[in-house]
Design a protein around this ligand. Structure first.
Ligand SMILES: *Cc1c(COP(=O)(O)O)cnc(C)c1O
Length: 389
């Protein structure tokens, strides 16, 4: 009989394995018989059943993240938001109470608002730079506390050991997107779960949407189950790309951290800059915490405020620096700028932003892989262009 194309194209296992990992772009896996299925369900056989639940590319990345974070196990999700949603929905039920940092990433704050309005979770906002106030906010209904290692865009560093201490037995969940395991490993400092938007530094090339989490094996199993039920799974190609990005993470983060520290200093002596926010600067509110917890560097984000001119002057600066594009992300391989007042914090009123120190003249720089001199000269050209306007 003529062979049917639906049955063609299967690649056999090879005696010469591919140097780079293959991509398992498959919905499901062929299972020899019901005996094997039962062994797979019980964890007695190794293998996968359905990609929404698990896939070799997700598994490889989850294991890599767990190893880098010094955690027992990891998990992979469709985005950083999916990771945050899956972890939150695993750790709390309706009528539970959770503590979350007031300065969280804007969309994470929206997620917390949804947990409150749709799922009846009591959300208490705390100051991540004030462990004593966190201690006061804990009670026996508190299921977890969510913070970020370094806040956006003011770059306030959280004192993780002090917060762990303040929380007692309440688990601390840390979004370490801005820092990566190259700069800080929250689990080693006592946190229970660490989360990343891998769309940022872990992948590092601006071409992926992915989230990861790592923690103890039992919790991660539950989190993966939540993710499967709510359909928050990633796709294998994104895990494969992120795995590829991870290979250069140490080199990228070292370069970025060093370049950013030098650029922060350069920004402080610019006439058009009123204020510069970076934890490596001695006048930053959390400089001492940064010295203690981030000895390898504080990451690649630095924010600065122009000395007047409002949004129009920020737009002029953007137009004057064509090599440093305005982009609504961070941690691209290229250096980019963003405008917190209209992007990450656009959901707040002007007054609310003013209360936390975010003005219309604030610019956030995400330092990429170019040389210090290249980025410095582009910034210089931009500043000179707007200086006399
Ligand atoms: C980008 C980001 C997220 C959300 O991640 P996505 O991959 O965009 O869903 C969460 N937390 C922080 C700190 C981020 O920067």
């Amino acid at each position: 009989m003529k062979p049917h194309p639906a049955r063609m194209g299967h690649v056999p296992e090879l005696d010469t394995p591919s140097s780079a990992p293959p991509i398992f772009q498959t919905t499901a896996f062929d299972i020899a018989d019901l005996q094997l299925l039962s062994e797979l369900h019980q964890g007695k056989a190794s293998g996968h059943i359905y990609t929404r639940d698990s896939n070799p590319n997700h598994q490889a990345l989850a294991d890599s993240i767990a190893a880098l974070e010094n955690a027992e196990a990891g998990a992979v999700f469709a985005s950083g938001m999916a990771a945050l949603a899956a972890v939150s929905m695993t750790l709390c039920h309706s009528r539970d109470r959770i503590l979350v940092a007031r300065s969280l990433y804007g969309v994470t704050l929206k997620l917390m608002k949804r947990l409150e309005t749709r799922f009846d979770v009591e959300v208490v906002y705390v100051d991540a730079t004030d462990p004593a106030s966190i201690k006061q906010a804990v009670d026996d209904r508190t299921k977890f506390c969510l913070i970020e290692t370094v806040s956006n865009p003011l770059l306030e560093v959280s004192d993780i050991p002090a917060i762990v201490n303040a929380l007692g037995s309440v688990p601390l969940v840390v979004d370490s997107t801005f820092t990566t395991p190259e700069l800080i490993r929250p689990i080693e400092l006592g946190a229970s779960i660490v989360i990343h938007s891998a769309s940022k530094y872990l992948n590092g090339h601006g071409d992926v949407m992915l989230g990861v989490a790592a923690g103890d094996a039992a919790t991660m199993r539950q989190v993966r189950s939540t993710s499967s039920v709510f359909g928050q799974n990633a796709n294998p190609f994104e895990s494969w790309l992120t795995q590829r990005g991870l290979r250069t993470l140490p080199l990228r983060m070292q370069h970025i951290a060093t370049t950013t520290r030098r650029l922060a200093k350069f920004l402080t002596i610019q006439r058009v800059c009123r204020k510069v926010y970076h934890p490596s600067l001695p006048d930053h509110s959390t400089a001492a915490t940064a010295t203690r917890l981030l000895p390898q560097g504080c990451g690649g984000i630095v924010s600065f405020e122009l000395n007047g001119g409002g949004k129009d002057r920020v737009s002029s600066l953007m137009r004057a620096m064509p090599q440093i594009p305005f982009s609504a992300t961070l941690a691209d391989a290229r250096t980019t700028v963003s405008h917190p007042a209209t992007t990450s914090h656009g959901f707040m009123t002007r007054q609310e932003r003013a209360a936390i120190g975010i003005t219309d003249e604030m610019v956030r720089l995400s330092v990429g892989l170019e040389s210090f001199e290249q980025i410095q000269s582009d910034l210089q050209a931009g500043f000179e262009a707007i200086e006399n306007q």
